[in-house]
Write a protein that binds this ligand. Structure first.
Ligand SMILES: [Zn+2]
Length: 254
């Protein structure tokens, strides 16, 4: 892929927010990592991913560069940029959500890029709920294409989270993640032609060698981080193949 580097904005501390895109054009697939920069594996995998030829793809490995410098979930103002988007934003969110919707330059950079490039599909990588989480009914086909790209064994550390009863889903996610990117894209965004992008939050597994437990262990994030601290290469080696299969299927879905 003949990738072009773009700076789509700057962080609170002026660090560039960088994106690599295929110049083939808009309406492609946007793949995002590092919204929560303490979720290290997600950043690495977006950096490493080589999209299949012939599909417009934009890769944004690190949406929150100030957070990476701090090894933090938050930006330099202590805001969770995944609670700062404009749909059902709440001041009393469990995570710090900023002064107002879109108050943070990192969230605005994402919003402006999405509104101008108009990706048909958006996938944000996070750590470590082990799920393919679809926001909005228009996202079901994309979630299923990603799920179907995996063998039965590869699916074990994941669950497919798709609901048809969207009203219920909206209320549920309102309680869980007010102001998240997924909520805004999946339920609050339509392009001028009326189309709505598909939105997937791809949560990497806490342990790629085990079936996903139900309920999820409370310390799922600590389990993933401990594996990472011990041996990041072994974590990446275990999750990379299936993640890249899912991303490839997502890029190729018409
Ligand atoms: Zn996250």
């Amino acid at each position: 892929m003949n990738r072009e580097l773009h700076t789509i904005g700057h962080s609170v501390e002026g660090r560039p927010i960088e994106l690599w895109s295929d110049p083939a054009g808009p309406n492609g697939t946007l793949i995002i990592g590092g919204v929560h920069p303490d979720e290290s594996a997600a950043i690495n995998l977006v950096r490493e991913f080589v999209p299949p030829r012939g599909n417009p793809v934009a890769l944004l490995p690190l949406a929150n560069p100030d957070g990476l410098v701090r090894a933090s979930r938050y930006n330099a103002r202590g805001v969770d940029i995944n609670r700062n988007a404009g749909l059902n934003w709440r001041a009393d969110s469990e995570e710090p959500s900023g002064q107002a919707p879109w108050s943070e330059p990192e969230t605005r950079a994402l919003q402006e890029f999405i509104l101008s490039w108009r990706p048909a599909k958006i996938i944000a990588l996070h750590w470590a709920l082990g799920e393919i989480d679809a926001d909005g009914v228009q996202s079901t086909a994309l979630a299923e294409a990603m799920w179907n790209a995996l063998s039965e064994v590869e699916r074990m550390p994941y669950r497919l989270r798709v609901t048809e009863a969207d009203r219920q889903r909206l209320e549920q996610t309102d309680a869980e993640c007010p102001g998240s990117l997924g909520r805004w894209v999946g339920y609050g965004l339509a392009y001028p032609d009326g189309s709505q992008p598909a939105m997937i939050t791809l949560e990497l597994p806490y342990d790629a060698a085990l079936p996903r437990a139900e309920p999820l262990p409370d310390d799922h994030f600590a389990i993933a981080q401990a594996h990472w601290a011990r041996d990041p290469q072994s974590y990446l080696t275990t999750v990379r193949g299936p993640v890249f299969k899912m991303l490839k299927a997502a890029c190729e879905l018409a």
